[in-house]
Design a protein around this ligand. Structure first.
Ligand code: AMP
Length: 324
């Protein structure tokens, strides 16, 4: 196994411009952390051998199927990360070694503001350690469930939909299909930005056509349900389901059993509650179409409903959403 360390090479003279957009009270501490990072032996040094001794583990952030995620602090720079720790024995038992390696390989290459950044990974005899960007607000799913009536207002839904479309568009440009989009695989940062995570199901595609059935039942597109070949436009379908779930609180084809869900997917039988605006219905209906007819991710990002609802500055939306 090889390590993969990727950092953008800023110099101390860049610091003033890097922190200029931050509130005044944060500029000094952030400058100090960046200064420490730049003076770290690992800075711009691909050969630095990271180990668990470089990090102090803090509180547990969550638990996945094969490991736990902790808040962690790099000792010298004091930089906070989320450290995912996986037990090798459990990966072998669950036969997911390949899936995890694929996730590590894919995530280490992707650098986008709405994709959870993987800083580095290393291992010892028993465990694999993955240092990830911290998304301190956790799973978006939790926020959806806690929102009034279990759904987001149109501003919030449109902003998140835009950010996910941007992230997926970047994935597709890099020949990666996510294939498992759902609110549980999206994390939220302190400043209310979405980070696409969990690349365990993603596939590299050079031919861009695959036939494995995967993903979550409610999010499966008709071509996967019917066992046909599919391409990266499966992510557009999932984005349509996601946007619907943001606005309604549950996915459009949810039923008492899998058989009925499959039937509804095949018929693209979508019911829009009255409170969903015409603009949102228009966007979703252009994504929930048969293969070959879905609008592109670029078209999602410039759709009139998205544009109308993303005019508010970021910080204002964050404060409104977190009002007590
Ligand atoms: P996972 O093993 O990736 O499913 O992660 C398990 C749980 O840990 C998630 O549901 C989150 O609540 C939390 N978590 C994972 N990654 C992060 C992160 N980068 N920042 C904050 N919390 C995280």
């Amino acid at each position: 196994m090889h390590r993969n360390i990727q950092q953008k090479v800023y110099q101390p003279e860049d610091l003033a411009s890097l922190v200029a957009h931050l509130p005044e009270n944060l500029q000094d501490p952030v400058t100090q952390i960046h200064y420490n990072i730049m003076n770290h032996e690992a800075y711009n040094n691909q050969n630095y051998a990271w180990s668990k001794e470089d990090f102090e583990l803090g509180t547990a952030l969550g638990r996945g199927k094969f490991g736990r995620v902790y808040m962690a602090r790099e000792k010298r720079s004091k930089y906070l990360v989320a450290m995912k720790i996986l037990f090798k024995s459990e990966l072998v038992k669950g036969r997911v070694e390949k899936q995890v390696l694929r996730e590590l390989e894919i995530q280490s290459r992707l650098k986008h503001p709405n994709i959870l950044r993987m800083f580095t990974w290393f291992y010892d005899d028993r465990k694999i350690y993955i240092a990830l960007e911290l998304a301190s607000q956790g799973e978006l799913y939790k926020h959806l469930k806690n929102a009034p009536n279990g759904r987001f207002d149109e501003h919030r839904a449109a902003r998140y939909t835009y950010q996910v479309a941007d992230a997926l568009n970047y994935c597709h440009l890099n020949n990666v299909i996510h294939r498992d989009l759902k609110p549980e695989n999206l994390l939220l940062t302190e400043d209310d930005n979405v980070k696409l995570a969990d690349f365990g199901w993603s596939a590299h595609t050079l031919s861009n056509k695959r036939k494995t059935m995967c993903g979550t039942l409610d999010y499966l597109p008709p071509e996967m349900v019917e066992g046909r070949q599919y391409d990266d436009s499966v992510d557009q379908w999932c984005l349509g389901i996601l946007c619907y779930e943001f606005l309604v609180g549950s996915p459009p084809f949810e039923s008492e059993d899998a058989e009925r869900t499959y039937e509804k997917i095949k018929r693209i039988d979508v019911v829009y509650p009255k409170y969903v605006s015409q603009g949102a219905c228009d966007l979703i209906s252009k994504l929930l179409r048969r293969h070959g007819l879905r609008i592109s991710l670029r078209e999602v990002m410039t759709h009139s409903w998205i544009k109308e609802n993303t005019k508010k500055p970021l910080r204002e939306t964050f404060l409104l959403n977190h009002k007590k």
